[in-house]
Design a protein around this ligand. Structure first.
Ligand SMILES: [Ca+2]
Ligand SMILES: [Ca+2]
Length: 502
């Protein structure tokens, strides 16, 4: 089954013009391979300037990068959660292939992937020196030897940095999780961990030798909660309801009950709680403020790269590991198969990439691995499940043979084509949204016979391989018991008439 998927991928790659390599990259291969500046952002949805997901957001550094590169406006994660999304990206394997869906296991704990060559390891094997700081993998258990196996040089870890002695907001439902916090908090920008991570990366860019080429991975923590920012970052955004995203109060009336199972009991509060606690606007402004702060750290990296004189020899790629709801569909947080959870920034710039392009073709984060391999002229690998995006980086209108697929726990899949979002849950319930007429995914068309052909066309892209949960799976895990028609959320059975937790 897996082999069939890979063969299909190869066919699609040929159809989309993968063999037409960029002339510049080809020329460079003989000379010197480009460096890679690989920037991850945690829980960053489409509220960035280049994606236009929020009309007031201010991300001048990402705007600047987009002006000299190609922005994928329809890029989606393979899983709406840190660990599975990052494992998928770094291995170019779908969660449906690995069975990794929760915050555990770390993929090296599984015999099948213990020795799998991850993206930075492949660059190291091709003569690159690899660097990492902040959050790239969800975590790397196993001590110094395991760390050394993943990257050559390690900078500061990811995290929030300065934080108040006590939570700023009232106790949140479902356990008052310590990370569920936000608001204005007086401190120095320099005391935020993202600032320290950026400072370390800036220092590497200033001091690293010209040879060998580098693969520098920098993972920013914000706008992951807790979203603390100082007043100057809050002041970028009006203190009124213009900051709130549009929501439809009865939006969940036409979504299947199973859609609740994906985020049945989570520490992220529902819209009802943030409204009743007068925290909605504060949360939204905090997220926006932290996004602008994080963007400024990306700006410091781009400045350092320009000052190093290597911008023309360095491929920059920026990606977010999953989105975040801020009230849409009645919730905050991730763990859904809708646009606010799956659509993320994906921007490439540098040698082999057309400037100022916006690409509407679907793209997947597991495409990053084969794309960087292709851009740098390394030997292609036949065991990656992503497709090279080089055809689109050269010409944004180049065809793409397949949609973007997001999976969240076995049997639940979102299929995003250029126009449509199709969702199928493990109990066979479905959703369909027409992005041309309904960008907020408010009207579920799945039950309308007029769209039977659209539904069928999208069902054909449901993954042929759908592995069960990997051993050791934990945290945000959901299974479905077909015989009983009941789901099991983190070990607790959900009955069909259980009230939806608030
Ligand atoms: Ca994340
Ligand atoms: Ca609806």
């Amino acid at each position: 089954m897996k082999r069939r998927t890979l063969l299909r991928s190869t066919g699609a790659a040929l159809a989309s013009g993968l063999l037409a390599r960029p002339a510049r990259a080809q020329g460079r291969r003989a000379a010197r391979r480009p460096n890679i500046l690989f920037i991850a952002i945690d829980d960053m949805n489409d509220w960035v300037g280049p994606l236009g997901g929020h009309p007031l957001v201010r991300t001048p550094s990402l705007d600047r990068l987009a002006a000299r590169g190609t922005t994928f406006r329809n890029a989606h994660v393979q899983s709406p959660l840190c660990n599975p999304s990052r494992a998928s990206l770094m291995l170019s394997l779908r969660p449906t292939t690995t069975g990794i869906y929760g915050l555990a296991p770390w993929f090296r704990a599984l015999p099948a992937w213990r020795d799998r060559v991850a993206l930075p390891q492949y660059f190291r094997a091709n003569g690159y020196r690899t660097f990492t700081a902040g959050k790239i993998y969800h975590s790397v258990p196993g001590g110094p030897a395991q760390r050394a196996a993943e990257f050559d040089v390690w900078g500061p870890p990811g995290g929030v940095g300065a934080k108040p002695a006590q939570k700023l907001i009232p106790p949140t439902p479902m356990g008052n999780h310590p990370l569920l916090d936000w608001g204005v908090f007086p401190h120095q920008d320099e005391d935020k961990q993202d600032f320290r991570v950026a400072s370390w990366a800036v220092e590497q860019l200033r001091t690293m030798p010209t040879d060998p080429p580098f693969f520098l991975a920098v993972g920013f923590f914000l706008p992951h909660v807790p979203c603390y920012a100082t007043q100057k970052w809050f002041d970028l955004y009006p203190d009124d309801d213009r900051v709130l995203p549009p929501v439809k109060d009865d939006d969940r009336d036409d979504t299947p009950r199973f859609s609740w199972y994906l985020h049945w009991r989570l520490p992220e509060p529902r819209l009802r709680w943030v409204r009743e606690s007068n925290q909605w606007r504060n949360l939204v402004r905090s997220y926006l403020a932290c996004t602008s702060f994080m963007d400024a750290q990306i700006g410091r990296l781009l400045d350092a790269l320009a000052e190093s004189g290597r911008a023309d020899d360095t491929v920059v790629v920026v990606w977010g590991d999953n989105g975040w709801h801020l009230g849409q569909k009645g919730i905050t947080g991730k763990n859904t198969l809708w646009e606010p959870s799956t659509r993320v920034p994906l921007i490439f710039a540098g040698p082999g990439v057309q400037a100022a392009q916006r690409c509407a073709r679907p793209a997947e984060l597991l495409d990053i691995y084969p794309t960087l391999v292709d851009l740098c002229g390394l030997a292609p690998r036949d065991d990656l499940e992503g497709l090279s995006l080089v055809p689109q980086l050269q010409n944004a209108t180049a065809p793409r043979a397949r949609p973007a697929i997001t999976s969240h726990n076995p049997g639940n899949h979102g299929i995003r084509s250029e126009r449509w979002r199709f969702i199928r849950y493990a109990d066979a319930s479905e959703e369909l949204y027409d992005h041309q007429n309904d960008p907020h995914e408010w009207k579920n068309l799945a039950g309308d016979p007029a769209f039977a052909d659209v539904l069928e066309a999208h069902r054909r892209h449901l993954p042929a391989v759908d592995q069960p949960l990997a051993p050791g799976s934990a945290d945000r895990i959901l299974t479905y018991d077909k015989a009983a028609d009941e789901a099991v959320w983190e070990g607790t059975r959900i009955r069909r008439d259980d009230p939806i937790p608030e």
